[in-house]
Design a protein around this ligand. Sequence first.
Ligand code: FEO
Length: 397
Amino acid sequence: MHNSVKITDKVHWLGANDRRTNLFENMWPIPNGVSYNSYLIIDEKIALVDTLEYGSSDDYIDKIEKLIDGRSIDYLIINHMEPDHSGSIKMIVEKYPNIKLVGNLKTFKIIESYFGYQDKWYQVEDGDELDLGKHRLKFIMTPWVHWPETMMTYDLEEKMLFSGDAFGSWGALDGGIFDDEIEFERYYEDEMRRYYSNIVGKYSNMVQKAFKKLDGVDIKYICSTHGPIWRSDVNKVIFLYDKWSKLEAEDGVVIIYGSMYGNTAKMADSIARKLSEQGIKKIRIHDASKTHLSYLISDIWRYKGLILGSCAYNSGMLPTMENLTRTLEHMGLKKRFLGLFGSYSWNGGGVKSLFKFQENIGLDLVCDPFDTKGIPDDEAFERCNAIALAMAEKLKV
Ligand code: FEO
């Protein structure tokens, strides 16, 4: 049996690595896998904090049994009801029938339709505390990070924050469990930003509200439901989540285009070259029909400049670009400089639809959008240069 990992004498990590699932939420690629983290606090009373996606670990109960040594679990703290964390609740309740399920009113509205168990509900409100003996747990309501019922649990004894999805990351835990055991910058940072932007980004204003609630809380450990446990440098992950939830970005540009026969793609390369000549080093180009939406969103979260191009497709934009722009509208993307371009063969419509997107979302246009008919000529490339120059000017401000 794979062992649990001790975080402190009385708190244990009971996570599972999932390298089998291709798409998280059946939507987002996770080529590097993901961990589901569950935690056990052993005191006069025993509390389990969140469970695992059902089926992700066949020795979950064995690991718990080994740690609790014949005792039972008194409380299951449910910080988040999404099934990647609540999926094993039934298994836990069946094994420990006297357990109390700790959640808030909104938790129970969801749990009612998933499992029932009304007789086991233990309702808490913002600021309530639960005494385990030496450990006292304080509950902090953080709605919409990332569902309406989400809350965090703070262990006053260990100064440990069980943060739910917040401060989480994709990427399975390949041996290293703690921040000081891993190569964060070269591996997890990209995965963390992709996770944040794809899953939590839409609720950035609620993340900021959660930060205000955490202000002044002395945090020594951050234990999220996904990814590494932070104990050496909690400020690093706090800084990143604060930055991303404020939509703060780097001085770079991501160019994303939809192109059927290569004309719009040529224009994207031309814009990128001109940006480079202006001294912009962080430039990424993606073909929206090839690169998954997940990575497009992550780069959009990373860079201040966003340039979108599309050919015309049935008098609109290419559907892959339509999918991207609809998602960005849904997420309420803000604080990005925007450039728009495209091409068409007979009637146009791609750039017109992109312009409608801009009107809906209200991002700052760096210059007038334009499209060109057929193969881009010198004039079209001049217009591409104008977008690049205007964008570079914005980034230099
Ligand atoms: Fe990891 Fe929102 O669940």
